[in-house]
Design a protein around this ligand. Structure first.
Ligand code: SAH
Ligand code: SF4
Length: 373
């Protein structure tokens, strides 16, 4: 089997080329052809020595993932479903806005965290993606979009690791992918424009701060441990106090001076005035866990198996106002690509029915979500 060069960051590719008896700068040239020019055919790489191109043909390839489906929304959002083998698929979403183009990238097939409101969580965990499979999403999307818009300029300006999976539970594959996104010879994205979203895997948040401190979004979703234990089961391992302290440690390395807290608005579950008050107390309290943050309220994308409902627009507005009035910058995420189900884990769920997981989740649903006292 030959090696997929999408699996390497520049250091990795350099080591690979040195193993073939090639100089470092050859690796840089090759890296630029692959990521900046979108080349996959070694014969295209005209400034590489013929002998190197022949060597590469025998041992390496540059291969993206097979596209299962491609949906283009009326608002310009594009969603791809990529085949990762064994009946698994992952999704990638491109969201064009006036001043930026954002790609939402997946890190795992399925997810082991099992959040109640997330259809990826309901599918259970299949496997980690490789660095090459993470990179293939950006590589394919960027060069597809350049062709579509008939441009040589960069189309994707921002990457958010908010597709399927928990990126910090696939750390060793994630970091080389992030480095390729940031590398000037790769995609040249600034650290502020690459965001890792996590449900709160505390030890790897600390590691990321040292290895590759990109922007961080933390999926909070609840203002107290009792509710968060239920919505985001990982909270039982890393409760709120510990999570917020870790956010503060991260901020010492982060490219921005705030953490983004994501908060999925669930009707009657976490969207009441008392929850907003608890949140304000949580992040603005006088204790050590006072965190510099912004809130991003996400309208819940309902799916039948969740048994949950989207909060009303009026409730979301009220909630946002309470946080804003307390001096916390709060935005409400626009829903995009609604006509093509371009929200978290919505399509790939149709591909495979993981019956056992469904049974487990069905059991979870019988636990009643108590209103907080
Ligand atoms: N595992 C990571 C990143 C992927 S999920 C994380 O949990 O942060 C990206 C974001 O989408 C998270 O904030 C997640 O809570 C949110 N999300 C998941 N399912 C959703 C749904 N059905 N509706 C709205 N947001 C959802
Ligand atoms: Fe996994 Fe994130 Fe979905 Fe939770 S919200 S199940 S961590 S992908």
């Amino acid at each position: 089997m030959t090696t997929n060069l999408l699996d390497f960051d520049l250091n990795g590719l350099t080591a690979f080329c040195e193993g073939l008896g090639e100089k470092r700068f050859r690796a840089t040239q090759l890296f630029r052809w692959i990521h900046q020019r979108g080349a996959s055919d070694f014969d295209q790489m005209s400034d590489l020595a013929k002998s190197l191109r022949e060597k590469l043909r025998g041992v390496a390839h540059v291969t993206a993932l097979p596209v299962v489906t491609e949906h283009i929304s009326s608002d310009g959002t594009i969603k791809w479903l990529f085949d990762v083998g064994d009946g698994n698929a992952v999704e990638t979403v491109f969201i064009p806005e006036d001043d930026r183009g954002t790609l939402c990238v997946s890190s795992q097939a399925g997810c082991a965290v099992g959040c109640r409101f997330c259809s990826t969580g309901h599918q259970g965990f299949s496997r980690n993606l490789t660095t090459g499979e993470i990179m293939a999403q950006l590589w394919y999307a960027e060069h597809f979009l350049r062709k579509r818009f008939n441009t040589d300029e960069r189309v994707i300006s921002n990457v958010v690791m908010m597709g399927m999976g928990e990126p910090l539970q696939n750390y060793s594959a994630l970091v080389p992918a992030l480095r390729t996104m940031l590398d000037d010879h790769g995609y040249g994205l600034s650290r502020r424009r690459v965001t890792v979203s996590t449900s709160g895997v505390v030890p790897f948040m600390d590691k990321l701060a040292l290895d590759c401190p990109v922007a961080l979004a933390v999926s909070l979703h609840a203002p107290n441990d009792e509710l968060r234990d239920n919505l985001v089961p990982l909270n039982r391992k890393y409760p709120l106090k510990e999570l917020l302290q870790t956010c503060n440690r991260y901020l010492e390395h982060a490219p921005r001076d705030f953490i983004t807290f994501e908060y999925c608005m669930l009707d009657g579950v976490n969207d009441q005035a008392e929850h907003a008050n608890q949140l304000i107390e949580l992040v603005r309290g006088q204790g050590a866990d006072n965190v510099s943050c912004k809130f991003n309220l996400i309208p819940f994308n309902p799916f039948p198996a969740s048994g949950l409902k989207r909060s009303s627009a009026a409730q979301v507005t009220m909630f946002a106002k309470m946080l804003s009035d307390a001096g916390i910058v709060t935005t409400v995420r626009k829903t995009r690509g609604d006509d093509i189900d371009a929200a978290c884990g919505q399509l790939a769920g149709d591909v495979r029915d993981r019956t056992k997981v469904e049974q487990r989740m069905a059991k979870l649903r019988t636990i009643e979500l108590k209103p907080i006292s």
